[in-house]
Design a protein. Structure first.
Lengths: 232, 227
């Protein structure tokens, strides 16, 4: 039985190939793998050792679809029974006509519901090796009106939302915009043109400074300093 | 014995690394060793076309090595693909492939573009070092990083990190890439004559040099993410 030791500080940034812990008592979770009695990081991210569970929260990378996630996507193609949606991952997602709230007869022109280039909020119904199935059945799942779209790294989404939504409500209050952030890192902002730009810049600011602590206050000050004295 | 640029036989050239140099790319890095400067950009995972190249089991890695036309020592490098650049593209891919876990990206491709701005020997190794950092920056799951270095023999004298003068002066050239964690070799080439004992010594010395490169890579990666 080997001794159980952690080789990194709590919340340390680790890179691929860095040893995080040693000992057979540890359980590897996401972002790590086991080699002998060592637990080694797989990705660049923040290491956490919670009891016996070791994991790395990735700091970069494209969106990996998970069923149940609410995402924002763009219609890029359609055929007789499906829309194909770009949700920012390697393969496009499909939205079948059966997954819409109203009944759509086969052969109907699908562009009258969701047209090319339009954005929609959808839930990921199922993920298989080759397909990602979406659904727009459910509360809040709908076509988005014309709005400003911002794309951020999906790993930064929790930071943009904040603890119990504190960060996102701060931006909403200060800019008076309607903001929606999908788990895939697409954010839609609706409001007055200058407010939209302000909100977008705040979101980009959070993405760039996500590793800092006490970010909510900093963002509040940043928003106050933006476009001071400019008229709408 | 001092070398053409005044270094000791086991001394590496000065190194510099930076991650996130190309904002539009999903991951990017710069690696500079002496006068050799390599930039690498990673795009993807993204859909792979034409479709017959897709692999439904795992993602595909596609590397492209290119020397810019003004990168050489005076003579203009003819732009576009050449026999040499295709070979180096292939071996870059083979050097990086063993550490990547692409099971999460079926039917997709990860494109790695390596561009050499300035060349002074050891370009494939500098390219591989930059590409490994760029892949890590892009968030692709990797078992380990890759560090690469070329060593050589000039008149039976072992030289680490050979420069262009030594390379053109007829030194045996041995580029080598390793996984720093385990010391496993992912690239080993040999251009010239050596005996078995000399090769063993060269590999040992190159591994030691690679660990120095690894430290630079590690520092650059952590710097970008505020570590």
């Amino acid at each position: 039985m080997t001794e159980e030791i952690t080789l990194v500080k709590p919340k340390e940034i680790v890179i691929p190939g860095q040893e995080i812990a040693q000992g057979m008592g540890f359980i590897p979770s996401g972002g790590v793998y086991r080699e002998g009695d060592k637990i080694i990081s797989n990705v660049i991210g923040i290491s956490t050792v919670n009891g016996r569970v070791v994991r790395v929260i990735p700091l970069s990378g494209k969106y990996l679809p998970k069923s149940g996630d609410t995402v924002i996507g763009k219609v890029i193609d359609m055929n007789i029974a499906n829309w194909f949606i770009d949700i920012g991952c390697a393969n496009d997602a499909a939205l079948n006509i059966r997954e819409t709230p109203e009944f759509i007869e086969l052969g109907t022109d699908l562009s009258q519901f969701f047209n090319f280039g339009e954005y929609l909020v959808a839930k990921i119904a199922k993920v298989t090796r080759n397909t990602i199935d979406l659904s727009v059945k459910g509360p809040g799942l709908r076509k988005l009106p014309t709005s400003k779209m911002v794309r951020i790294n999906p790993s930064k989404v929790p930071r943009v939302i904040g603890k119990e939504g504190s960060m996102i409500s701060l931006i909403k209050d200060k800019t008076k915009c309607r903001i929606m952030v999908g788990q895939n890192g697409f954010a839609s902002i609706q409001g007055e043109p200058l407010d939209e730009i302000k909100a977008a810049e705040a979101i980009k600011y959070i993405e760039a400074n996500s590793h800092k602590e006490g970010l909510t206050e900093e963002v509040s000050k940043y928003l106050d300093s933006l476009y001071k004295g400019e008229k709408k | 014995m001092t070398r053409t640029d005044g270094r000791k036989p086991d001394q590496l050239r000065e190194m510099e690394a930076k991650v996130g140099v190309i904002p539009r790319a999903d991951g990017s890095a710069m690696f500079k060793i002496g006068n050799t400067i390599a930039y690498a950009a990673v795009y993807g995972p993204r859909a792979l076309h034409p479709k017959f190249l897709q692999n439904p089991e795992r993602g595909v890695l596609r590397c492209n090595y290119n020397m810019l036309s003004f990168s050489g020592k005076g003579n203009r490098v003819r732009p576009g693909p050449s026999r040499r650049s295709r070979e180096i593209s292939m071996l870059t891919e083979k050097a990086l492939r063993p550490v990547l876990d692409l099971k999460a990206y079926p039917n997709a491709v990860i494109d790695v573009f390596v561009e050499l701005l300035q060349t002074d020997a050891g370009t494939r190794c500098a390219g591989i070092c930059a590409a490994a950092m760029a892949l890590a920056d892009a968030g692709i799951p990797m078992k380990d990083l890759i560090s690469a270095l070329s060593v050589g023999y000039e008149k039976d004298k072992l030289l680490i990190d050979i420069n262009s003068d030594e390379d053109c002066g007829g030194a045996t050239d041995i580029p080598l890439a390793i996984m720093p964690l385990t010391g496993k070799i992912t690239l080993l080439q040999l251009d010239g004559d050596v005996n078995v004992k000399q090769l063993q010594e060269a590999v040992k010395a190159a591994k030691k040099g690679c660990m120095e490169i690894y430290k630079v890579q590690q520092k650059a990666l952590k710097e970008k993410y505020g570590g």
